[in-house]
Design a protein around this ligand. Structure first.
Ligand code: DHB
Length: 308
């Protein structure tokens, strides 16, 4: 009942990691591979390897997490080598691409194209944590230029990782841009709620070191915002699929994302905190909800949300 197809590939479960979480190197990726996840996605990569921002740069709180990692990654060649060695009969693999410039994204997707793999590209338009680099998806002209260039260079369907929006006019404008690009086959909603501030009152201090403590929120803080973004793009982009991401730590949360319109669902903060064993638990919790409600497949649930 948990199996589904997405971009022509079969997924035994709709669940996988949110990019950035437990996917930095081969050891972490292999742990995801060995887990009950339906897929896995690699850490957002840049052309060159990066060490990222100073630590502490991720902190969990009672309601979620805050991070400002700063795009530490091993460089796209490392993840492309992993994708070349991957056994696609085990589970599908996504590659997250987060170039620091349009030219960098073009160079990376050209190399991925030339490798001719079944790996699926998730183009990250929403990293909030590199000082001096605004989130591309908050600048609709920059987003349009990026998608025009990547669509022209890359010859396969790909997806985009989007930041949360908080205004109906922004949902309309973002969807209008995405709908100009048929190669954009899926939309992952949402990246972290950027540039929030968590404060420790005993120490009278911020909790992470980069950017004076400002960082992206995940976890319980973001679930309703994630659901709104999933549903907003599901309604506005009927030709595309939506991947839900944000605030998932139970089967009920996954079911909410499916109702809102998600085809697959990613797990971030809860995976970071609980480890890859979370996927077996979440699969069981989701299967129990489907059984109780009489659904034979997750595909029956997608977008079934009723309004009043
Ligand atoms: C990082 C954070 C993000 O939210 C993202 O999309 C990419 C990178 C980071 O800080 O490493």
């Amino acid at each position: 009942t948990l199996s589904t197809t997405f971009l022509g590939q079969t997924f035994a479960s709709p669940l996988f990691n949110a990019s950035g979480v437990r996917c930095f190197d081969k050891d972490e990726l292999n742990s995801l591979l060995a887990s009950a996840s339906g897929s896995l996605v690699t850490k957002s990569c840049t052309r060159e390897a990066r060490t990222g921002n100073p630590e502490p740069r991720y902190v969990a709180t009672p309601l979620g997490s805050i991070n400002s990692m700063g795009l530490p990654n091993k460089g796209y060649g490392y993840y492309l080598d992993y994708a070349k060695a991957h056994d696609y009969s085990k589970k599908p693999l996504f590659m997250s691409v987060a170039g620091l410039s349009l030219d960098d994204n073009i160079a990376m997707v050209a190399a991925i194209r030339d490798a001719a793999l079944p790996a699926i590209v998730e183009l990250n338009l929403s990293c909030p944590n590199v000082p001096g680099k605004p989130q591309i998806a908050y600048d609709f002209d920059a987003m349009d230029r990026m998608l025009a260039a990547v669509s022209a260079e890359y010859d396969r369907p790909f997806g985009v990782k989007m930041p949360p929006y908080f205004d109906i006019a922004h949902f309309d404008l973002a969807a209008e841009v995405l709908n100009r690009y048929p190669a954009v086959a899926f939309i992952t909603c949402i990246n972290s709620v950027g540039n929030a501030l968590v404060i420790d009152i005993e120490r009278e201090e911020v909790v992470i070191k980069p950017k004076d403590g400002f960082g992206g929120l995940g976890g319980d803080y973001v679930l309703p915002t994630a659901l709104a973004n999933v549903n907003a793009f599901h309604r506005r982009c009927p030709e595309k699929r939506v991947i839900g991401c944000g605030g998932v730590r139970s089967g009920e949360h996954i079911f909410m994302h499916l109702l809102a319109g998600a085809s697959l669902v990613q797990v971030g903060t809860a995976l970071q905190e609980e480890g890859p064993g979370i996927f077996a638990r979440l699969n069981a919790e989701l299967a129990a909800i489907l059984e109780r409600k009489g659904y034979a497949s997750i595909d029956e649930v997608r977008g079934r949300l009723k309004t009043l």
